[in-house]
Write a protein that binds this ligand. Structure first.
Ligand SMILES: [Zn+2]
Length: 318
């Protein structure tokens, strides 16, 4: 089982580095990787002091980067609508960032999926008076005890104050001060709770963790993720964007259709390659030794999921 163990360590490092890079923590040398505590604990500690950077994207929409996944904020005169809320302990710095946009209250929060680095702020945001909208599986997973081995962490059920009060199955349209927001479920991809959030007036699409800009994605098989679904979601993201659309990835820098196309191509090529080897009856170790991702590692595997880790994820999912 030593192969599995090695892969697990790589995956731990990936998750740590990925979250840190996306959160801007990677620049802090004092945050050394610890093999003795869960990444959730390490990340949460780092998020408690992380500065949140605010960038206006277009129209009334800004992105907040620094705590877990990318947070989108639609600011209207009467109130704000957020997509994701980062890690819960970032409340103070999140509020500073939100106040720098305007003093309007937070009225709604949409969860892109259930993961703690996106929904961790649910409780405080709801206590601020916001209403939470999410896919029904996000609510379901937040109410469960979930063991995620790759994070070496067991998530306890969230308190009632953190649970979404508006849930849907496939699509949900929300009118916010006359601006329409279109929320749509993906097929199970990164998890079985992923939704896209589209702002037609600004032509901005938040794609949850179905897209990481410039690195291999993670697939959470513990809550229904699927590598086939990742390809499907990547294709769907391309189909619903134009060259003008601004794409907010779950993690990584703001992107566009060009990066979505590259991401989809990478997934298709590598899944085909790894699938072929698996069909020939090769073991995971044999497939990893064949380095099927070598041609793509420089672009996609340099700092986050490395080639071996991604090979493992694809092999497992095919
Ligand atoms: Zn996620």
């Amino acid at each position: 089982m030593s192969n599995y163990r090695n892969v697990s360590i790589n995956r731990r490092e990936f998750l740590y580095l990925g979250a840190l890079a996306a959160s801007g923590f990677l620049m802090k040398p004092e945050l050394a990787i610890s093999q003795n505590e869960s990444l959730v604990v390490t990340l949460t500690r780092a998020a408690s002091t992380a500065k949140i950077n605010v960038t206006n994207l277009r129209g009334n929409i800004s992105v907040l980067e620094g705590s877990g996944g990318n947070v989108a904020v639609l600011n209207k005169e009467g109130g704000k609508l957020m997509v994701d809320a980062g890690i819960g302990v970032s409340r103070k710095n999140m509020l500073v960032a939100l106040d720098s946009i305007s003093t309007a209250p937070i009225e709604y929060l949409i969860n892109s999926h259930w993961h703690f680095d996106h929904s961790g702020g649910n409780e405080w945001v709801q206590k601020e008076g916001a209403i939470i909208i999410a896919h029904e599986n996000t609510k379901k997973h937040l109410m469960e005890t979930i063991r995620v081995d790759d994070l070496d962490y067991t998530f306890s059920p969230a308190p009632a104050e953190a649970l979404p009060s508006i849930v849907f199955k496939e699509k949900h349209k929300h009118d916010f001060y006359g601006e329409q927001i279109e929320i749509e479920k993906y097929v199970p991809a990164h998890t079985d709770s992923d939704v896209s959030i589209y702002f037609p007036e600004s032509d901005i699409l938040h794609v949850a963790d179905t897209f990481c800009n410039n690195y291999y994605p993670f697939v959470d098989y513990t809550t229904g993720g699927s590598i086939y679904g990742m390809i499907d979601a990547a294709k769907r993201n391309i189909d619903r964007t134009t060259s003008e659309t601004i794409v907010i990835p779950g993690h990584g820098s703001i992107g566009s259709k060009v990066e979505l196309v590259q991401f989809h191509e990478m997934l298709v090529v590598l899944c085909e390659r790894i699938g072929k080897l698996k069909k020939q009856g090769k073991t995971l170790k044999e497939v990893m030794d064949a380095k099927p991702t070598a041609s793509h590692d420089q672009k996609w595997g340099a700092s986050l999921v490395d080639g071996n880790t991604f090979t493992y994820l694809v092999y497992k999912g095919l």
